[in-house]
Design a protein around this ligand. Structure first.
Ligand SMILES: Cc1cc2nc3c(=O)[nH]c(=O)nc-3n(C[C@H](O)[C@H](O)[C@H](O)COP(=O)(O)O)c2cc1C
Length: 356
């Protein structure tokens, strides 16, 4: 299983399983001399951790990160940054009912068929617990590129969505409610929806919008490594993500070029920004914004037909502590993955610079 690393110069490798002793990672390529704010790193983890509100899974994990290398007297040393997050609240018994059963639309069937290994306790390596390590690395990446502002928020839950452009929202309000929606009236409706869905033992999907501001011109490349392609891969690598669109996205496909073109100002900025801050794979200095679609997650606390390992359709009922809607916990994950892409591309741009 080789795909455990992400990034070219700012490179994160993660390890660990949901019900093993610990998860963690190694960040290779982080420059030296970056003063780290450890409270800010832990705060990002707290935004992702389970049990933080009534509308997320009730698994209680402190998710405390410990650093083992690459940091001295509060600053990065330029050597690999090794870190660990211990798993302390595993309840593997919650999963014995699916030991020989593949949950529909989860990773169980494909993982077992490919690797011949079934870590039924919470999905093993395919569990979204792995994303805690991404959040740690993303928090460091954010601090490395601290001039660049990365804000993600819940923009829809089921059919309920924010009916305003992001420019009309106050990002300081993202953390003011448990769903992480900066529009308070919409947030209330979203929370009520998740509570209703949870009572039904069901799950619901939603979208996250991410806005990256103060990005310099020149991040990304024109061919395979287009900046939006890198962001797309980053977002689509998050568990339960089913869609990614940036700028005008799928709406742009319904428009005419004369409507869609972003006309220039003399300083190279543009009057509109349907390009989403990226043209020809390279950032143009305008805001980068994109949306990520999350499915309603697979584990419903209802009876459903499932396949067992001997090839029979059997009835199963989901059990244990699951998220009725993963979107609020995924907000810091989206920000983290965006920060990893931006940090990596800042280093790549420095390497490609004409000035030595
Ligand atoms: C933050 C987060 C929490 C998740 N929690 C659950 C959960 O409680 N139950 C579940 O069935 N899936 C959960 N998922 C989704 C699964 O990890 C994911 O659906 C599974 O690995 C299969 O991958 P796929 O949906 O990308 O195909 C969560 C995803 C994220 C991002």
């Amino acid at each position: 299983m080789a795909g455990n690393s992400f990034g070219k110069l700012f490179k994160l490798t993660t390890y660990g399983e949901s019900h093993g002793k610990a998860i963690g990672g190694i960040i290779d390529g982080c420059p030296s001399g970056i003063k780290l704010d450890f409270d800010a790193i832990q705060n990002e983890l707290n935004r992702r951790k389970p049990g933080q509100s009534k509308i997320v899974t009730q698994r209680k994990e402190p998710d405390t990160v410990e650093f083992y290398s690459g940091v001295f007297e509060g600053e990065t040393t330029g050597t690999p940054i090794g870190f660990v997050i211990h798993n302390t609240n595993q309840k593997s018994k919650d999963y014995t009912h699916i030991k020989d059963v593949y949950r529909p639309s989860h990773a169980d069937y494909t993982y077992d068929k490919k690797y011949g290994v079934r870590d039924y306790r919470g999905g093993g390596r395919s569990s979204a617990r792995e994303t805690a390590s991404r959040v740690v690395a993303g928090a460091i990446a954010k601090q490395m590129v601290s001039n660049i502002k990365i804000n993600a928020f819940t923009s829809s839950v089921g059919e309920i969505f924010i009916d305003k452009p992001y420019q009309d929202l106050d990002f300081n309000k993202i953390e003011s409610n448990v769903i992480r929606c900066p529009d308070e009236a919409t947030a209330e409706k979203m929370i009520a929806k998740v509570e209703e869905i949870k009572k039904q033992g069901d799950t619901i999907g939603g979208t996250i919008t991410c806005v990256i501001q103060n990005v310099p011109v020149g991040l990304g490349e024109p061919v395979f490594d287009k900046l939006h392609a890198e962001l797309g891969k980053a977002m689509l690598s998050i568990n339960a993500v089913k869609g990614f669109e940036y700028g005008s996205g799928f709406c742009g496909a319904k428009m005419k070029g004369s409507e869609h073109n972003d006309l220039f100002n003399v300083n190279g900025t543009t009057k509109t920004n349907l390009s989403g801050g990226i043209q020809g794979g390279i950032s143009n200095g305008m805001d980068i914004y994109f949306r990520v679609a999350f499915k309603p997650v697979a584990t419903v606390i209802q009876k459903q037909d499932a396949l067992n390992s001997t090839g029979e359709i059997v009835e199963m009922q989901g059990k244990g502590r699951h998220d009725p809607c993963v979107v609020p916990r995924a907000v810091p994950i989206v920000e983290a993955m965006a920060a990893l892409v931006i940090a990596d591309n800042m280093l790549l741009r420095r390497q490609e610079s004409k000035e030595w």
